[in-house]
Design a protein around this ligand. Structure first.
Ligand SMILES: Cc1cc2nc3c(=O)[nH]c(=O)nc-3n(C[C@H](O)[C@H](O)[C@H](O)COP(=O)(O)OP(=O)(O)OC[C@H]3O[C@@H](n4cnc5c(N)ncnc54)[C@H](O)[C@@H]3O)c2cc1C
Length: 388
């Protein structure tokens, strides 16, 4: 199914190796973990040992010295095998990148080796109940108290806070001169007093849970702040582009998995004399379209990752948005067509495809919705005026 042309031999070898690992676990492992209310700990640990979780992090801190291109390959291949690791999107991709690029030496030493080998995980919290897509409206605020920070606010839909050792929280500090609020990033360890979480009941078939967070005067030491207080926005975007690229990889993996399952079925299920159901173009063409759209989305994802990895944050921003958009749409369509290809079996627990319907839609909503990407492209790329 995969056609990893345009990739270096190293990338192709990484793809093959991760695919082999993913297929040793596969969808059955993932489904059992979810049904038992557990986490994909065994796969996470093995992928960590093999160096896959930290391929993008600097070698001197235990990483593989690669970039987001390599980490996206890891996530895509695990997803294509049916066992995606959602925390890759936040832990090494956003948090690892931000700390590697902007953290102090002490923060790098404390977090990066663990994020790289998977023994530490970090969640990422930007979304707020009253801000949603409008992240300029976030109100989680940090104020100084002596050398410490006191952080107060609320976050919603934050993934994996229960299994993360800490959460990288996007807050704001007040500009002493203008009184304006500037974004800034804080590492909040899971058990810090005043930092509480409640699980949101979601209709998703996934081991990672989403949480609403309350930060009630959470006292943090000065070194909880990542990077420069005055360069928060730049630092934030350094993490958000990898997040979009990784969400695209997540969606592409899922789309490939669904499509492969549908193809197996279309090649073998026979209800008429003329051959298996796949001979009918009414089934074959939508599957071919799904394949084309997944391939196109991967191309844009590779472009975004390549731009990001050479340090072109602006170029990567546009490409990452487009890749996320294309991949989410491709995954939603592929999953829908896969379910349909199996007829009634598409909705059975045994075949396990219907459980991907909601999961595929996540990529359309998070981390930035389809409409907000269309807004971005309308304004930034096409120069059209803003409606808001
Ligand atoms: C499974 C899951 C996991 C998540 N994990 C995390 C996480 O780990 N960390 C984190 O910080 N967040 C996380 N999120 C939150 C996610 O990023 C937000 O749900 C997303 O940004 C959309 O925000 P919202 O839900 O408030 O929707 P809203 O902003 O309320 O938008 C609702 C609808 O209105 C549309 N809309 C809004 N504004 C406009 C506009 N100007 N023009 C056109 N349409 C518009 C949107 O496209 C959307 O369709 C997660 C969400 C989900 C579902």
């Amino acid at each position: 199914m995969s056609s990893p042309t345009l990739e270096t031999e190293e990338h192709q070898a990484l793809r093959a190796a991760v695919s082999a690992l993913g297929n040793r676990y596969g969808r059955e492992y993932f489904a059992n973990v979810v049904r038992e209310g557990k986490h994909t700990d065994e796969l996470w640990a093995e992928a960590g040992k093999l160096g896959y979780l930290g391929v993008n992090l600097p070698e001197e801190y235990g990483g593989g010295g690669g970039g987001i291109a390599e980490l996206a390959i890891v996530l895509e291949e695990l997803g294509a095998a049916g066992s995606p690791l959602l925390m890759l999107v936040v832990s090494p991709a956003i948090c690892g990148t931000v700390i590697a690029r902007f953290g102090t030496e002490a923060q790098k030493r404390q977090w990066l080796p663990g994020l790289a080998d998977g023994t530490l995980k970090m969640a990422f919290g930007i979304t707020e109940p009253d801000a949603g897509s409008n992240s300029h409206r976030i109100t989680t605020t940090a104020r100084r108290d002596g050398d410490d920070w006191l952080l107060t606010g609320r976050k919603v839909f934050i993934s994996g806070v229960d299994i993360a050792d800490a959460t990288l929280i996007v807050g704001r500090t007040e500009d002493a001169k203008t009184g304006n609020l500037k974004p800034c990033l804080f590492i909040v360890p899971r058990d810090t007093p005043g930092f509480s979480r409640s699980q949101i009941s979601m209709e998703l078939f996934a081991p990672e849970k989403q949480f609403e967070l309350v930060l009630d005067d959470v006292r943090l030491p000065a070194d909880a702040l990542v990077g420069d207080e005055d360069a928060g926005l730049l630092q934030l975007f350094a993490g958000l582009n990898p997040e979009r690229i990784m969400t695209a990889a997540f969606a592409i993996g899922m789309g490939r998995h669904a499509l492969a399952r549908a193809l197996d079925y279309a090649r073998t299920r026979q209800v008429w004399k003329g051959g298996p159901i796949g001979v009918h173009q009414a089934l074959a063409h939508p599957l071919a379209q799904a394949h084309i759209e997944i391939e196109l989305a991967r191309l844009m994802t590779q472009k975004a990752a390549a731009l990001y990895d050479i340090g072109d944050d602006t170029g990567a921003g546009e490409a990452a948005n487009m890749a996320k958009y294309a991949a989410a749409e491709a995954a939603v369509k592929a999953v829908d067509q896969a379910v349909h290809t199996l007829g009634g079996n598409g909705l059975t627990t045994e075949y396990g495809l219907a459980q991907m319907i909601q999961a595929a839609r996540v990529a359309r909503i998070a981390p930035v919705s389809r409409e907000m990407i269309l807004n971005y492209v309308s304004h930034q790329t096409l120069g059209l005026p803003k409606s808001y």
